[in-house]
Design a protein around this ligand. Structure first.
Ligand code: SF4
Length: 420
């Protein structure tokens, strides 16, 4: 690799690191004769830089960090005085191939600042993916971030080469987006999302009739929202996520705790550190929406619009609803088992499958992965429970399970109200 490309790599990898909307899961394509690579993670995969511990085994890179926009929350905004660089299409393609051959990466996550206009930039991104697939026969994973406002034609072309595409919402409400990124609007984000959705559905339909019809974005789409840069509550954020998950192609919504990269901008809150606990709670709530059959209104409501920072949202729900507990693990239905703190999807399935053969006790529950330290207050089983939520009261359980470490004042947003 020559010095010029190396210095561009340093700049553009650094610029890309704040985007968390990447994941290599969701598509399975094995090695093929005459092609290079696969999308199945395995041995020898190197993890790329992540100062803050996030992801990745992809080459996570920007095509350019020049940008005509001035989004307040972004390190690459045009008014920032930072080192800038641009890869040519061939440079980025060759770099990806070189890294892949050396087994540094399992795929590519490519995004870009906007130069000239959305379509000019998008067209260059499409060329990267197209050259990798058609010229270099690259069969590894490609996640391509669509440029807001890109035309339907370019999004449709990109979808033929990318495994996953994403368009970042960034700010959950239009009003706050306009305040921080005046050149953007939600329409320019939701339109490409719609094109992707339509492309996937159309491709699925075509493949029913023609087996070899091309696949379109086989790993679906994802998006990202920044958390803590604006005034939206967790309820606002989760309502939007829930609406997005109703689209069959939306696989993941990523939540990125706002990192104060532009502390000088007075439109942004003065945070000492990113709201990582809140980010984590949102991921847990997201998990409840997708795998535990919770609705947003059960997790947060107008009385409790923000998630507790002290407890995960499932424990929070259980503490507010003692009337559902204790649950008898030997008779309760699967849906109710899923609601017990300390019982996950896998252990709920195992409980339902195994109790047909014998009544379950604490020993068997432990073997199935149930976290008894939490679950014990919410269940009954073969052995008599020592004390459940009714004997201990929700407040008593809060004290028993409260994290030992003290959080700073501004991190604490405990909003339990047990008077319901
Ligand atoms: S358009 Fe993207 S790269 Fe450009 S300033 Fe906004 S967020 Fe940053």
């Amino acid at each position: 690799m020559n010095e010029k490309v190396l210095s561009k790599l340093k700049i553009l990898a650094e610029s890309a690191k704040y985007d968390v909307s990447c994941s290599s899961s969701g598509t399975v394509r094995r090695n093929k004769a005459g092609m290079l690579g696969n999308t199945v993670g395995g041995w020898g995969i190197c993890h790329s830089f992540a100062d803050d511990g996030r992801c990745i085994s992809l080459l996570k890179i920007m095509l350019t960090n020049y940008c005509i926009y001035d989004c307040a929350y972004c390190i690459n905004r045009r008014t920032n005085d930072i080192p800038r660089a641009t890869f040519s299409v061939s440079e980025l393609v060759e770099l990806t191939m070189e890294f892949y051959r050396r087994n540094y990466i399992e795929g590519l996550f490519v995004s870009s600042g906007v130069v000239r206009d959305a379509d000019y930039t998008m067209e260059r991104l499409v060329r990267v993916a197209k050259d990798l697939r058609t010229v270099h026969r690259f069969n590894g994973y490609i996640h391509l971030k669509s440029i807001p406002g890109a035309s339907r034609e370019l999004v449709n072309e990109a979808g033929l080469y990318a495994d996953r595409m994403s368009v970042n919402i960034e700010i959950p409400t239009e009003e706050n987006l306009k305040r921080l990124a005046p050149e953007k609007d939600h329409q320019s984000v939701f339109a490409p999302m719609r094109y992707i959705q339509q492309g996937v559905l159309q491709s699925a339909e075509e493949r029913k009739h023609f087996r070899h019809a091309p696949r379109f974005v086989p790993a679906g789409q994802s998006t990202q929202m920044i958390v803590g840069a604006t005034s939206e509550t967790d309820q606002d954020i989760l309502q939007l996520s829930s609406a997005l998950y109703r689209r069959s192609t939306m696989k993941r919504v990523y939540y990125s705790g706002y990192i104060p990269v532009n502390a000088y901008d007075t439109r942004l809150p003065a945070l000492k550190q990113p709201p990582l606990v809140r980010e984590n709670r949102l991921y847990q709530a997201d998990w409840l929406l997708r795998y535990y059959h919770f609705t947003v209104d059960e997790i947060v409501d107008s009385a409790h619009p923000n998630l507790s920072l002290d407890f995960d949202p499932k424990l929070g729900w259980a503490l507010r609803h003692p009337e559902y507990f204790p649950v008898d693990v030997n008779t309760a239905d699967y849906e109710m088992l899923l609601r017990v703190p300390g019982i996950g999807v896998k252990s709920a399935r195992l409980i339902v499958a195994s109790r047909r053969f014998s009544r379950l006790g604490t020993y068997q529950l432990k073997q199935m992965g149930v976290v008894l330290k939490r679950a014990r207050y919410f269940i009954t089983c073969r052995e008599l429970p020592v004390q459940t939520i009714h004997e201990l009261t929700p407040q008593g359980i809060v004290q028993l399970l409260a994290p030992k470490k003290k959080k700073s004042e501004d991190e604490r947003q405990l909003c339990f109200d047990f008077s319901e």
